[in-house]
Design a protein around this ligand. Sequence first.
Ligand SMILES: NC(=O)c1ccc[n+]([C@@H]2O[C@H](COP(=O)([O-])OP(=O)(O)OC[C@H]3O[C@@H](n4cnc5c(N)ncnc54)[C@H](OP(=O)(O)O)[C@@H]3O)[C@@H](O)[C@H]2O)c1
Length: 335
Amino acid sequence: MRAYRLSQFGLDHLHMKSSPPPTPGDGEVLIQVKAISLNHRDLMVIDGRYHPKLPLPAVPISDGAGVVAAVGANVDRVAVGDRIVTHFVTDWIDGPFRGEYLKTSLGTPGAGLAAEQVVLPAQAVLPIPAGYSFAEAATLPIAALTAWSALVTEGGMKTGQTVLTLGTGGVSLFALQLAKAMGIRVIITSSDDEKLVRASRLGADETINYRTTPEWDRVVLDRTNGVGVDVVVETGGSGTLERSLRATRPGGTIAFLGAITGLRSMLNVAPIVMKRLHVAGIYVDSKRNFEKLNRFLTSHRIQPVIDRTFSFEQLPGALLHLQAGAHFGKVVVEY
Ligand SMILES: NC(=O)c1ccc[n+]([C@@H]2O[C@H](COP(=O)([O-])OP(=O)(O)OC[C@H]3O[C@@H](n4cnc5c(N)ncnc54)[C@H](OP(=O)(O)O)[C@@H]3O)[C@@H](O)[C@H]2O)c1
């Protein structure tokens, strides 16, 4: 069984190694991994920014899909041969988030998916939505579920409302696709006009190039009759939050989830008070909500946007491709 192990922080220290296949214990399943998708988080884990005290060596990567190859004792809802997708926060099954769930996140500090075979708790897998390939299913656990969390679980969005979503990465494009299927008006930003054309083809109602229009919050206000949007899918972090606060309507919600531009800065947070905004911190979502998402995806026939697919041997190159930021949607590795 081959797996990528990180011996020290930094992509140069990510190497493929062979080892005997793992065996599932009580309440565990062995997964033959067929596809993984990459997240911005994986880059941060690998370069040591996410969890500087992560014990090394470690196997990274948080999202995957595959087939159940063996089950341990006391596993009754999962069987050998099931086509499954992983649930990222393995202990968060239902109900409100609890601090201790963080420790059960896959790909740091929990088991990583950059391996041909991996043992996971049986509760950490769900059936792949009907009609989805392994590659498509592997895009769902973090990016799609986070978009669902922002729009539905925290945003409580309704048909006819307006969402602003930042950039054209994995989370933002799922937010676009899910929102359009819910009858929500979408304003999306990007650094690249060609990506904005592609976003329009996916149904975006309004597009703004944040590079050529640095005051994009003013454009959002113009396009919402001076009122602002109901919800912002805030993927940007500290570098975009102040403009996102300005672009939100009184009483609206900032679904704050991203760190693309960093997590520290001096901000004018007055709009939070003066507009009575709701700032919702997002950390993906529960397994119950993943199941709801999967039903929604199949009933609306939403096809994940896969930018490019790499082979297992090309994983380091796939991570560099994500880091370069030229992607549109999800980057996938198929085994
Ligand atoms: N809290 C959670 O549960 C959670 C879950 C998933 C992701 N996240 C975080 O959310 C962020 C996005 O994740 P992702 O997986 O979608 O990342 P991704 O696929 O790497 O996409 C990032 C995108 O951000 C856009 N971007 C870069 N700089 C920007 C800026 N200054 N303003 C606006 N957009 C900018 C770029 O879009 P263009 O190329 O179009 O400019 C880029 O493609 C990351 O920080 C990630 O760690 C958090």
